[in-house]
Design a protein around this ligand. Structure first.
Ligand SMILES: [Zn+2]
Length: 122
């Protein structure tokens, strides 16, 4: 996938996880940190700051690594991927987050585009 696509998808995942964490884990202790975006061993000179609980941070980092490792030039939606790379429990967990945040955002266009990717085993 292109660097632009990689950057875009990284931020999209963060946005959904953050919405979920802010609403569901507002009582949890949060950590502030950032990811230095790096794709195909290239430093993209971009930081992606986040403020999440430990569980959601783990989910974010997991998704980020999976995105980095995605072997497709033309990244398909994850739902239609011939070789899904997520572990089943992580997949289900992220599907839950996507569903929750998708409803919160109420932005149908984004919801359809992103949420469809994770709907499969929800
Ligand atoms: Zn959280």
């Amino acid at each position: 996938m292109t660097e632009e696509k990689f950057i875009h998808d990284s931020h999209t995942v963060l946005k959904f996880i953050k919405c979920y964490c802010d609403n569901e884990h507002f009582q949890s202790e949060k950590r502030t940190d950032s990811i230095k975006l790096n794709y195909n061993d290239k430093d993209l000179n971009l930081e992606m700051p986040y403020h999440l609980c430990a569980r959601c941070e783990e989910t974010l980092l997991y998704s980020y690594v999976k995105l980095q490792e995605c072997p497709h030039d033309e990244k398909p939606s994850c739902r239609k991927c011939p070789k899904p790379c997520y572990d089943k429990p992580q997949w289900k967990h992220l599907a839950k987050i996507m569903r929750f945040s998708g409803i919160r955002f109420g932005i149908l266009k984004i919801k359809k585009k992103i949420f469809d990717r994770f709907k499969k085993s929800a």
